[in-house]
Design a binder for this molecule. Structure first.
Ligand SMILES: Nc1ncnc2c1ncn2[C@@H]1O[C@H](COP(=O)(O)OP(=O)(O)OP(=O)(O)O)[C@@H](O)[C@H]1O
Length: 296
């Protein structure tokens, strides 16, 4: 459903855009229909930039992104099947309008011909699908609803479209533990309906919860990707191991990488990109910044 092929993003920064920052560097992975893939990495690793490129909010610098075989083409038709939900639900609502205005905008843009009573029934069904009570949430202003309720209403809004791909960017990070589980279960429901979900997070525990496959991003490059149980159960790259072992320790800088005893990438003679350890489980060079998989 979603395919990224060697995607690179360079931002121009500094005076008159004279300096280039490579936020995403030759990233390739895919997400199939009915699958959740989690994209994991620390702050600044390029996760949101990837999400924004998929949603057509910022152009790619190199490589290609396709959804159902077609390139990203921001516009009404594209957003009918591709939607994003972001970390801060409050920013998606205008505080002076009732929160369910987000549903009205969908009707006006995508379903203008649907009679009002039928539309109201569809909205109520979508709201129930995200485990909210229409009587409790409809007709209220954003400040009268919780973050979790607003987040779920955004997902309900996406359900009113002919959605094929959802980019969920840190959607649970502002929610309390019980609401978080609700929203994750909701994503599992979407998966069961055949949606492709890219679940962007810096939280490994949440990443494992429902993703079939995991992509680990480090400074804009993929260092490991594969079936979630393999990436978490048998992490091959030192960065993945470090993420898994990242419990705060006083006086020990987090940056301390574990000693690299061997590097599958070099051992297998792989060149440029990732070495395949077991079917579908790929890993980059273990020498982190020394090499970044560019050796020959
Ligand atoms: N509009 C921009 N202009 C210049 N640099 C940017 C821009 N947006 C992001 N960057 C840089 O690109 C890199 C990746 O940022 P990005 O927001 O994609 O990371 P992230 O993994 O989503 O981080 P976080 O989890 O903190 O949101 C960072 O170095 C960031 O400073």
């Amino acid at each position: 459903m979603l395919k990224l092929d060697n995607v690179t993003k360079t931002y121009r920064v500094g005076a008159l855009g004279g300096k280039a920052v490579t936020a995403v560097d030759r990233v390739s992975f895919d997400v199939r229909a009915g699958e959740v893939v989690s994209l994991i990495g620390e702050s600044g690793s390029g996760k949101s930039t990837i999400g924004r490129m998929i949603l057509g909010l910022t152009p790619v610098t190199g490589g290609s992104i396709t959804v159902a075989g077609a390139p990203v083409r921001p516009g009404r038709d594209y957003y009918r099947s591709v939607q994003g939900v972001f970390q801060d639900p409050f920013s998606c609502y205008n505080p002076v309008f009732k929160a369910d205005r987000v549903f009205r905008l969908i009707k006006e843009t995508y379903h203008p011909g649907v009679p009002e009573d039928e539309w109201a029934a569809r909205v109520r069904a979508a709201v129930r699908d995200v485990r909210l009570n229409p009587g409790e949430v409809l007709g209220k202003y954003p400040h009268q609803l919780s973050g979790g309720q607003l987040q779920r209403m955004l997902i309900a809004r996406a359900l009113l479209l002919d959605l094929k791909l959802l980019v969920a960017d840190e959607i649970t990070s502002m929610l309390d533990a019980s609401t978080r589980v609700d929203v994750l279960n909701l994503l599992a429901d979407l998966k069961a309906r055949g949606l492709a979900v890219l679940y962007v997070t810096h939280d490994l525990a949440l990443g494992t919860y429902l993703a079939e496959r995991t992509v680990v991003l480090w400074r804009g490059t993929v260092v490991e990707r594969g079936p979630t149980e393999q990436v978490f159960g048998d992490p091959l790259h030192p960065y993945t191991r470090r993420l898994l072992a990242a419990v705060p320790r006083l006086h020990a800088p987090w940056e301390d990488a574990p000693e690299v005893r061997s590097c599958l990438y070099h051992d297998t003679g792989a060149v440029g990109g990732l070495a395949e350890a077991t079917p579908g489980h790929f890993v980059a060079c273990a020498r982190l910044s020394d090499c970044q998989g560019d050796v020959s």
